[in-house]
Design a binder for this molecule. Structure first.
Ligand code: 5GP
Length: 261
């Protein structure tokens, strides 16, 4: 597969064309941003860990029948994915109230929700990803009723699966963000899971101590982001228990791989 030109650069990833018009390469950067781009940094090794963790979760989801864009991981920072038309909505799934919902609704941090809550935000950096209602999605034709119904069903299965997967390794899945895209299959349009699922897009708390193992370490200046993401990867069995992957090691690994290409 030949890597072509840059198609799109986001806050944490870059998309490149390939010689196959239906496939693109997704490159995971080390850049971290928060609060609508007001806080920015580069955290060496983050992209490598997110690439591995997202690959693990999406391939597991594929095995339970959740269609998604991942074809295969190429190397430490890149994966081959199907080119989709991204639905311009961030689908937020919450099991425990924390983050923006606690401020917006005055809910006590850590409140366990009676049932999973799905929220919709318009994907717009300019507007700060505003919260919208399902009615907005339909009124402005950002997605059809059929697509939303399909997505909601997929989201609840994804949430059930991920809660169980993380519970098994001593992690609580507090909330997360998903994106979906449209794909033409045999002339028919289908909605599939896209983007990434990683500690950048989920809130993950240690089951016993409530220690934060996700991007809140960056947002809240808690430090030790790489050890936290490494801990998630180790518990999921992606990295070997005895391997001590520090930020430096992760970076060395990725540059070794790059030189070999
Ligand atoms: P909140 O609305 O509380 O800030 O975020 C809810 C969940 O969605 C968190 O797990 C958070 O990581 C994720 N999330 C919401 N918006 C974004 C976004 O623009 N980028 C990323 N990476 N995650 C997001």
């Amino acid at each position: 597969m030949k890597k072509g030109k840059k198609l799109y650069e986001g806050k944490a990833k870059i998309i490149y064309t390939t010689n196959d018009k239906n496939l693109v390469i997704q490159y995971f950067k080390d850049d971290a941003t928060a609060f609508n781009n007001q806080k920015k940094s580069t955290i060496e090794g983050k992209g490598v860990l997110n690439n591995r963790i997202s690959e693990h979760i999406l391939s597991n989801l594929s095995q339970i029948g959740i269609k998604n864009h991942l074809l295969k991981r190429l190397n430490m920072r890149e994966q081959v994915i199907k080119l989709v038309e991204i639905i311009p909505i961030e689908f937020i799934v919450r099991n425990v109230a924390t983050g923006s919902i606690t401020k917006r609704l005055g809910i006590e941090d850590g409140t366990v929700l009676k049932e999973p809550l799905i929220e919709y935000c318009l994907k717009s950096d300019k507007l700060g990803d505003p919260l919208i209602a399902e009615e907005h999605i339909l009124a402005f034709d950002w997605a059809t009723k059929k697509e939303i119904e399909k997505v909601k069903k997929m989201i609840l299965r994804i949430n059930d699966f991920m809660i169980g997967m993380f519970r098994g390794v001593g992690i609580k899945l507090i909330d997360f963000k998903l994106e979906f895209g449209r794909l033409k299959v045999n002339g028919k349009e289908e909605v599939i899971l896209a983007d990434e699922i990683s500690p950048d897009t989920c809130r993950l708390w240690d089951s016993i101590t409530d220690k934060k193992l996700d991007k809140d370490r960056f947002r809240k200046n808690l430090g030790d982001l790489i050890p936290a993401y490494t801990e998630v990867a180790k518990r999921l069995g992606i990295l070997h228990e005895q391997s001590n992957v520090s930020a430096v090691n992760v970076t060395k690994l990725s540059s070794v791989k790059r030189k070999r290409k």
